[in-house]
Write a protein of this length. Structure first.
Length: 154
């Protein structure tokens, strides 16, 4: 199932990154060749300041992420040739690239392979950075508000 989701999510990010209004579009499945072409076009657009002008630090991040993506899909013809872990990493790299171009990372999707409790199965869990940050803040706030146990004198 994840093998089919990754290309769809990649395309959603691709379409969204290219669109001038910053919204996610309906996902579509694309081949890795189409994705490579998209990356080449995005590189040209970014160098011209579209969809947003990147400062030096953002451009370095963009270049680093793009290089990692291209290395991951080098000599691969289909996403299904990658392991699920590699597919998850590719999706995370794409999402980070997309967030860099957009200048906002709260909507960046972060996926992890997690062990399902009580089974030998692993599942892919995806959440936005905004959701992850909110969960962390809620956990921190909860721990801060917990009553502390009285100190024991020995």
């Amino acid at each position: 199932m994840f093998n089919r989701i990754l290309p769809i999510l990649l395309m959603a990010g691709i379409i969204s990154a290219c669109a001038t209004p910053v919204e996610r579009a309906s996902p579509e499945v694309v081949s890795l060749d189409e994705y490579r072409q998209f990356l080449a076009q995005l590189r040209a657009d970014v160098q011209e300041g579209e969809p947003a002008l990147l400062d030096d630090q953002e451009m370095q991040r963009y270049t680093r992420l793009e290089g990692r993506i291209l290395a991951k899909i080098h000599e691969v013809e289909d996403v299904e040739e990658l392991t699920r872990g590699e597919q998850t990493e590719l999706l995370n790299l794409h999402e980070a690239l997309w967030a860099t171009v957009r200048g906002r990372d709260d909507e960046q999707l972060v996926c992890r392979r997690v062990q399902q409790t009580g089974t030998n199965f692993r599942a892919t869990r995806c959440r936005s950075l905004g959701e992850i940050r909110a969960s962390q803040q809620n956990a921190h706030r909860f721990l801060q508000e917990m009553p502390r146990a009285p100190e024991q004198n020995n």
